[in-house]
Design a protein around this ligand. Structure first.
Ligand SMILES: *[C@@H]1O[C@H](CO)[C@@H](O)[C@H](O)[C@H]1NC(C)=O
Ligand SMILES: *[C@@H]1O[C@H](CO)[C@@H](O)[C@H](O)[C@H]1NC(C)=O
Ligand SMILES: *[C@@H]1O[C@H](CO)[C@@H](O)[C@H](O)[C@H]1NC(C)=O
Ligand SMILES: *[C@@H]1O[C@H](CO)[C@@H](O)[C@H](O)[C@H]1NC(C)=O
Ligand SMILES: *[C@@H]1O[C@H](CO)[C@@H](O)[C@H](O)[C@H]1NC(C)=O
Ligand SMILES: *[C@@H]1O[C@H](CO)[C@@H](O)[C@H](O)[C@H]1NC(C)=O
Ligand SMILES: *[C@@H]1O[C@H](CO)[C@@H](O)[C@H](O)[C@H]1NC(C)=O
Ligand SMILES: *[C@@H]1O[C@H](CO)[C@@H](O)[C@H](O)[C@H]1NC(C)=O
Length: 855
């Protein structure tokens, strides 16, 4: 109520400020307004008059409607009469002609614009009135009643849809209402972008650039527009009316004082809703929003999932048409069937085809689909089976939770995408053999995910996990450089849970391969790059592209043809990070997807060359920042805190949130990479280990890792667990705070290493002294203390006293979290402390840790 009163007061103030004598809201037959005169709606919400959009061209004038209360910095025009034919150097007159048309005249009484013929014969009492919803209405008899409307501006939208306006087709009146962008911010003439309804099949709205479809709302299913599942909000209600006479979208606003408009425009072409808040238009939502909104991004039978790195996926039972193009993240070529339909084979009765349901889907483009209003889904299935050209079916109207009618696609399925919440099921027709394979994969997935099973840590288990998880991860096909014979094709599967969580995911079938290496590699369902591609990208491993030397070989930067920058880790031939560590790393990261983990793009295997391609990290590793005299000055407290929190989140994901428990085992500042925005990403999974089921610890005889970061129990006894990672994390946090290496730190006078020094300061209540002295004073004292306290908890001697990463994240992120008192840190004293060996130094002969010899 207050908002409304305020708004009205504002409006009144605005109206009072206007220098006009008495505002009128209507003109009668033969009457006119000219020059600076305006019509103002009764409540003062909208004004109609002539305006000059471009101050640089004051001679170009248009007749338009704008919000009367919003004049600064310029009026927000919502409708333009003569957008194609401006008045040039002439004041302009609006008149209601004797025939009941609105006409815009220039200084010589020449007609510049004229409204369409009125749909009713007008009387002498006819009036044109501007209403408070922004509609300019010509009432045939001046009564203003709905029946007397002979013409209205709402039937001829320009680029803006106001509440109550309709976007769609009125077949009875023969009116098509679409919105078309302005040519430019100062030019109301029709621009490139149009948002409109396309009839046929299910109603669906398209954003066009010229005649090219660039985005669609998805088909209307009686309940929602399936491409905009989150459209509903408390402030707006929208409806789509789908009937024989007219089909349209329109919306209304709960709080009538709220000013809002839906506009098509912008440089990139967007449909955007604005609301007026605090004296400015703020964007409420806009479409297209993400790459998956691009029309038919993944081609025929592909679907887009924005949460996946690769985004484009093939529907179950389909494989990429061009694997190479697909590898390069261009999904537009779409997918083809792995097994052709039996009825396509010639004369079969279709009995050996079936359906696989995919859900949470934006329905495929449906303007060419056929709708059978009266059919049940079962009938639909039969119809689809009996018609060879049928590819899929779905319920046509799911209003109120029921399924009524059905829609059948006898065309390629285009423009599907998957959502995280329920949208709608689509039944995809597949060969029965394909369905059987999918069912078998689903059953296998179910039994694997049964919690009672303790998964043994072995490559076998890893492979099983890979099969399952890679399916959701990046899916691409192998391209063997030398032997290009295509191996087993993609199938799909549905993991456990009820029908409602059936995901279209992919697993690979793998025919027996002869070479050991390949047989292990077949599970790694991620892009395999041709050696040629890598050579081109890195300029034949040019020296100037070398960005580092890891434990197992040099790292180069490069640029793929599509512009993507990559880091290529080239495993040296002599390195013993042979098959096992390589596979370990590839498999592990391939299935991990987190903002704070480095992203694997693919690998390249060619004879004895083995390479891993990552996304390139512009700011290299954390140690190059925090331990660098110059660069660490750039890291202010807030940045450091964000980095700490980011690493914590990445580690929490590894430990607790990913499907398997992953112990990194070599967390250190040099294994945390920083992207362009200084977002930290954990990298280097060469010695990481996957724990399954309820396993929490493991023992190894070969301790590898990096002194200084290794927990006492790991360094001395070879016991590693999440808690040993957490110890390393704690060390890293202290390093980030102090800007000093735990390894190199030595407080000479007190004979203390970094951890002991931090502990001493903590006990003395002087923890803030730990802060890097190059940091300026702009830090949050309590945040710093909390970080130090959490770090000290993480490095406690007793693993059981160290908090889990989820608690760490909580304690770090929340100001009100209770953080326990730390005890004395555990300092790894078992080893010669002058030893500066790192995992990167521990190459070849020492590295025998594999998933197999661990048992
Ligand atoms: C119309 O407005 C412009 C700008 O405010 C002013 O220069 C001009 O004199 C006005 N014309 C009339 C007829 O009031
Ligand atoms: C335009 O028409 C009006 C009314 O019909 C008339 O009074 C006026 O003189 C005309 N102006 C010109 C330039 O013809
Ligand atoms: C308008 O009037 C003409 C002749 O008077 C008549 O033929 C026509 O049907 C009328 N149109 C409408 C829409 O009433
Ligand atoms: C938009 O609607 C107008 C008026 O019906 C029509 O002339 C125009 O062709 C439509 N634009 C597109 C792109 O369909
Ligand atoms: C046709 O369907 C029947 C059962 O519905 C099946 O037994 C028969 O093998 C099918 N024929 C062909 C040619 O697929
Ligand atoms: C739909 O059908 C029309 C007319 O046959 C065709 O031009 C158009 O390409 C089809 N659209 C799709 C997406 O298949
Ligand atoms: C199969 O379906 C398509 C599209 O619905 C339709 O045009 C065609 O007539 C149907 N064919 C048969 C044999 O029913
Ligand atoms: C969809 O179903 C609802 C609920 O029965 C009904 O009111 C609505 O008219 C249906 N829509 C169409 C287009 O048939």
């Amino acid at each position: 109520m207050r908002a409304r009163a305020l708004c009205l007061a504002l409006l009144a103030a605005a109206a009072a400020a206007l220098p006009r004598s008495a505002s009128i809201d209507s003109i009668g037959l033969g009457a006119s307004i000219a020059g600076n005169q305006t019509l103002v709606s009764p409540g003062g919400v909208f004004a109609l008059g002539f305006f000059t959009p471009d101050a640089a061209e004051p001679g170009r004038r248009y007749l338009g409607i704008w919000f009367n209360s919003i004049l600064e910095p310029r009026p927000t025009v919502v409708w333009v009469a003569n957008r194609q034919s401006p008045l040039v150097d002439s004041p302009g007159i609006l008149r209601v002609s004797a025939g009941g048309r609105l006409v815009v005249l220039d200084g010589n009484n020449g007609t510049v614009w004229s409204s369409a013929a009125p749909t009713l014969n007008v009387t002498t009492g006819a009036t044109a009135r501007l209403l408070d919803d922004g509609n300019l209405v010509l009432s045939a008899d001046g009564s203003g009643s709905e029946q007397s409307v002979a013409w209205q501006s709402f039937d001829y939208p320009t680029d803006t849809l106001l509440p109550g306006m309709k976007l769609g087709v009125d077949t009875r009146a023969g009116i098509t209402r679409n919105i078309t962008s302005w040519s430019g911010p100062d030019d109301p003439s029709p621009g490139a972008y149009t948002f409109k309804l396309v009839l046929g099949g299910l109603p669906q709205f398209f954003l066009l650039r010229g005649t090219t479809r660039i985005y669609t709302s998805g088909p209307w299913n009686g309940e929602i527009l399936t491409g905009v599942p989150y459209l509903k909000s408390n402030d707006f209600t929208f409806k789509v009316v789908w009937g024989p006479d007219e089909t349209y979208y329109s919306y209304s606003i709960g709080a009538t004082s709220l000013l809002s408009r839906l506009v098509v425009g912008g440089d990139a072409g967007q449909v955007q809703r604005f609301v007026w808040v605090n004296g400015a238009w703020s964007s409420f939502w806009y479409y297209p929003t993400d790459p998956c909104d691009n029309y038919a991004k993944c081609g025929a039978f592909g679907y887009c999932d924005p949460d996946q790195t690769t985004q484009c996926n093939c529907l179950p039972g389909f494989r990429p048409r061009s694997p190479q193009q697909w590898n390069l993240r261009d999904g537009s070529g779409g997918c083809v069937r792995s097994t052709s339909l039996s009825c396509g084979g010639g004369g079969g009765n279709g009995s050996s085809d079936g359906f696989w349901v995919v859900n949470r889907m934006k329905l495929p483009e449906a303007t060419n689909a056929t709708v059978y209003a009266g059919m049940t889904l079962e009938q639909c299935r039969q119809v689809c089976l009996s018609n060879c050209s049928c590819r899929a079916y779905a319920a046509a109207n799911v209003s109120g939770g029921a399924s009524r009618g059905c829609v059948i696609w006898a065309v390629d399925l285009l423009d599907m995408r998957q959502y995280t919440k329920f949208v709608q099921d689509v039944y995809i027709r597949l060969a029965q053999s394909e369905i059987d394979a999918l069912n078998a994969a689903a059953a296998a997935a179910n039994s694997r995910s049964s919690p009672s099973k303790r998964v043994v840590i072995a490559v076998v288990a890893a492979v099983a996990g890979v099969l399952l998880l890679l399916a959701v991860g990046c899916c691409c096909c192998c391209v063997w450089r030398k032997r290009r014979k295509r191996q087993g094709e993609t199938g799909s599967s549905a993991p456990g849970g009820g029908a409602d969580d059936v995901l279209p995911i992919r697993v690979r079938k793998h025919p027996a391969l002869d070479e050991d290496w390949r047989s292990a590699e077949k599970d790694v369902d991620l892009p395999l790059f041709d050696l040629d591609v890598v050579l081109t990208a890195t300029d034949n491993f040019a020296l100037h592209n070398k960005i580092g030397e890891g434990g197992f070989g040099p790292v180069y930067m490069g640029k793929l043809e599509d512009g993507q920058e990559v880091a290529v880790k080239r495993l040296s031939r002599r390195s013993m990070q042979g098959a096992v560590e390589f596979k370990n790393e590839v498999k592990l990261i391939a299935k991990l997807q987190h903002r704070n983990l480095v992203r694997l793009l693919g690998c390249c295997i060619d004879e004895d060359e083995r390479m891993i391609l990552y996304e390139y990290m512009h700011n290299q590793s954390l140690d190059t920042f925090i331990f660098d005299e110059g660069k660490r000055r750039l890291l202010r407290w807030q940045k450091r805190f964000d980095i700490i929190l980011g690493i914590a989140r990445g580690l929490q994901y590894l430990h607790e949130d990913s499907r398997f428990r992953i112990i990194h085992r070599d967390l250190k500042a040099s294994n945390v990479l920083l992207d362009r925005n200084m977002v930290p990403k954990i990298s280097d999974f060469g010695i990481a280990r996957m724990f399954g089921g309820d396993q929490t610890t493991e023992h190894t005889k070969k301790v590898i890792g990096t002194y200084g970061y290794m927990s006492p129990e790991y360094a001395m006894d070879g016991v590693f667990s999440m808690k040993s990672d957490i110890y390393s994390f704690g060390v890293m946090v202290l390093e980030i705070i102090t800007g000093k290496r735990n390894r190199g730190f030595y407080e000479v006078e007190l004979d203390l290493n970094l951890l002991r020094y931090a502990w001493m300061l903590w006990k003395e209540g002087r923890s803030v002294d730990l802060l890097d002295e190059v940091m300026d004073g702009s830090f949050n004292y309590s945040e710093v203390l909390r970080c130090i306290q959490v770090a000290l908890l993480c490095v406690e001697v007793q693993p059981r006293n160290r908090p889990l990463m989820s608690s760490v994240v909580m304690m770090l992120a929340s100001e009100n979290a209770t953080v326990p008192e730390p005890n004395e840190p555990g300092v790894n004293i078992g080893k010669n402390t002058s030893d500066t060996e790192s995992s990167q130094g521990l190459t070849a002969n020492n590295v025998t840790i594999t998933a197999i010899d661990a048992r």
